[in-house]
Ligand binder design. Sequence first.
Ligand SMILES: [Zn+2]
Length: 208
Amino acid sequence: MDIKKIFDNNSSWVSKQLATDPEFFDKLGQGQSPEFLYIGCSDSRVTAEELMGLQPGEVFVHRNIANMVPNTDINSMSVINYAVVHLKVNHIVVCGHYGCGGVRAAMQQSDLGILNPWLRNIRDVYRIHRKELDAIEDEEEKYKRLTELNVQEQCMNIIKTAEVQKANRERNLKVYGWIFDIHSGKLIDLKIDFDEILKDIMAIYKIT
Ligand SMILES: [Zn+2]
């Protein structure tokens, strides 16, 4: 694709937005107060706003390979801090997706250089849930379940942070785990029991 096409696309988008709402960009210029923080995969097929049906200004977004929230990752930790403490979002979503190349790569026996430490977090998820995952014979189903469990573990990593614990107590902030089914376009709610996990997590990870 010619890079110029992007600017043509942008012009058409500006016209379309203005046709719908002449004050659209004036409003955007005034600041943001999104209710959602979305943490998803960098995969080009899984966009945040489109699959949620939201407009610019409605969701604060962080994407990385395999939607990870490592506790020592200054990038995702800063995003969570800013979204919770300053933007005061009330919902945090971790959205994984079936067919995730990151999840698949994590389980391959190959040296992937700088990706090794990043993806090792997914191997740790496998280790924690080894009994359940080893019992799944179908390879595809095994990856699907690992993807779901990875989302669940990243939700837990979010709940381990001080700002999220505080915001949950003060204004009932919630964390959700979703999967985007790339084959149907549908969002699946993993129905992670936030209160139950919180109770469990707090027994060990209570900070505030
Ligand atoms: Zn992915």
